[in-house]
Structure formats: C-alpha cells, structure tokens
Design a protein around this ligand. Structure first.
Ligand code: PBG
Length: 326
C-alpha cells in the first residue's frame, strides 16, 4: 500500500497528536549536572569560553547542589581546580583535596537525595596537564604507575562522600584497579561509571579552560581514542564491563552518536553520554548571536542523544531543562 491510501501527515496534524506519539521523553532526573569547584576563588567566576557557566568556590557548592535538586536533577559530576599542581597530581588524592572537601559538604547537606559523581583523573592536578604520570625522558604518559594514583583518588573521594566514581584518564586497567582499591577499602557497594569510549576531541577545549587542564606539551592522543575508531570503542566498553564497570560512557556525544547506538545495542548496562563543553559552547555562541533558538536547539540535541540510546546524559544544560519544559 502507498499513497493515496497511506498519508503520513495524518498523525502530524495537531499538537496533541504529536505530543501523544512522541517517543523520546527527556526528564531532568536522567541528566547529570557538572560542577567546577575552585579552591582559589571566593566568588563564582564566569568561564569565558562557556557563556553562562561558572566555577564555584567551596562555600557556594551546596547552593549549586540545591539549585540542581530544585530543577529535578538528581546527580552532579564534580571537577576540582586545586590551589597547587605538581608532577604527580597529588591534589587529586589529597585527604583535604578540593573535590574531597566539596563532596563532604554536599553529602552532609543532602545525604541520599543527591547522587555525587567524582571525576577520577589527574589532569586538573598535574603541572603538565596530562592525565597520568609523565616519563621525563620521552614525555610518555606511564600507564601502570598512574593506576595506583587513580585507585587512591577514587578511595579518597568515596571516603569524602562521593557516591559514584568516574575514571576518565583512559589508562588501561583503570577500572580493574579502582574496583580493587574500592573493595579493599570496604567500598564494594560503590558503583563505577567508566569513561570507556572517550575520544581525543576538539570539543574539550572550553572544559580545559574551565578546569585549567590543557596539556603543557603534546596532546592526549596516545591515551584517548582515535576519532576514526569504531570497533575499538566496543572493545573498550566490553573490557571495562569485564573489569567491573557498572555503567559506561561515550564521550563526546554529538560526533559519536553512532557509538552510543552501537553500545546500546551490544551491552546491557546503563549507557551514559557526555554532551561536552564544546557542544555546549557552540549552542551558546550561536544563541547569543541570535542565530538559533537556544531552548529548541538544546531540546533537539538532547532528544538526539536519547534516541541514539543514552540512558543518562551529562550536560551543562541540565539545570535549565525543567524551566524550559514549562
Ligand atoms: C578529564 C576530563 C576532561 C573532560 C572530562 N573529564 C578533559 C579532557 O579529557 O581533556 C572534558 C569534559 C568536557 O569537555 O565537557 N580528563
């Protein structure tokens, strides 16, 4: 059968029909809100490359957590900007590190109402800006020496109140090591959200300004994934699940929607997509110029990421969604 018996436009005629038949629902509760906590400031500082986004001092973090909860968002992702950086990123696993302090305050305030996710990586804490220990002779990022530090970072975050740890350093064996460290410390119930398919991307630029984590030399291509890789992403995900990942992530989202959709079809774990800083800033820049309508563009983007198969989306737009839906 075909036209004129079939007319696809019959089901598009009214707003009510269109709403009824909509297959993609975006709820604030399936969004994760990233928060940058900066130890070196006393007032919120706006991030130039991410219009409308701020770094917060420690004593404003609880307010941000509350603002997220008020918008129906259940979870935040913590990134730290420490006062001191060094060769081994010791601020990442310091008992009194910036993320640790923020997590303590958030946990004391919100208990089980807010799910606190800690990004586990060294790049914000190393003076060279790489995600692991750097070999002084050849500049290589040393995999196995880095693992222990990631394990320590995860444990210290969980001791401070972090509910889920999210290793993002792209070191081989990071999920295995963190699982071991957590179990040894008695945290066998703490889930791991693995940044499994994390591509070396131009879209992280604004984040690196925000977190002051741009590598001082070289790039991240020897540990983050090559943009042209497809099967490798599935292998990374499978390995992480085998190492004990409870949820996996694909990052960035927009240029890798195919990977999200393959992941959804292949694995029965929650799939998380990271709608990264550059994706946020592109929309913002165009909206500020009056070139696109921000609300509809964001809704369309988040719908696309959902349709591709993401169960949860990490997005800098998280806090705005509920207001926009009204
Ligand atoms: C830490 C980390 C990065 C992002 C999340 N965790 C930066 C990077 O890998 O360079 C990027 C997030 C974003 O761009 O929104 N390794």
């Amino acid at each position: 059968m075909s036209f004129p018996t079939i007319r696809m436009r019959r089901l598009r005629r009214t707003e009510a029909l269109r709403t009824m038949l909509n297959q993609v629902q975006i709820q604030p509760s399936s969004l994760i809100y990233p928060i940058f906590v900066d130890e070196t400031i006393t007032e919120p500082v706006s991030i130039t490359t991410m219009p409308g986004y701020f770094r917060y001092p420690l004593d404003k973090v609880v307010d941000e957590g509350r603002a997220a909860l008020e918008q129906g968002v259940k979870s935040i992702l913590l990134f730290g900007v420490p006062s001191k950086k060094d060769e081994t990123g010791s601020g990442a696993y310091a008992k009194n590190g910036v993320v640790q302090k923020a997590a303590k305050e958030l946990k004391a305030q919100f208990k089980e109402d807010l799910v606190i996710i800690g990004d586990v990586c060294l790049c914000e804490y190393t003076n060279h800006g790489h995600c692991g220990i750097v070999d002084k002779e050849n500049g290589d990022v040393r995999n196995d020496e880095t693992l222990e530090l990631l394990g320590k970072t995860a444990v210290s975050q969980v001791e401070s109140g972090v509910d889920i740890v999210a290793p993002s350093a792209m070191m081989d064996g990071q999920v295995f090591t963190i699982r071991e460290f957590l179990d040894d410390a008695g945290f066998e119930q703490t889930p791991i959200l693995a940044y499994s398919a994390k591509y070396a991307s131009a879209f992280y630029g604004p984040f690196r300004d925000a977190a002051e984590s741009t590598p001082k030399f070289g790039n991240r291509k020897s540990y983050q994934m090559n943009q042209g890789s497809v099967s490798e992403a599935l292998r990374e995900i499978e390995l992480d699940i085998n190492e004990g990942a409870d949820m996996i992530m694909v990052k960035p989202a927009l240029a890798y929607l195919d990977i999200i959709s393959y992941a959804k079809a292949s694995f029965d774990v929650p799939i998380v997509a990271y709608n990264v800083s550059g994706e946020y800033s592109m929309v913002k820049a165009a909206a500020l110029n009056g070139w696109i309508d921000e609300k509809s563009a964001v809704y369309e983007i988040l719908s696309g990421i959902k349709r591709a198969g993401a169960d949860l989306i990490i997005t800098y737009h998280a806090k705005n969604l509920r207001a926009w839906l009204k």
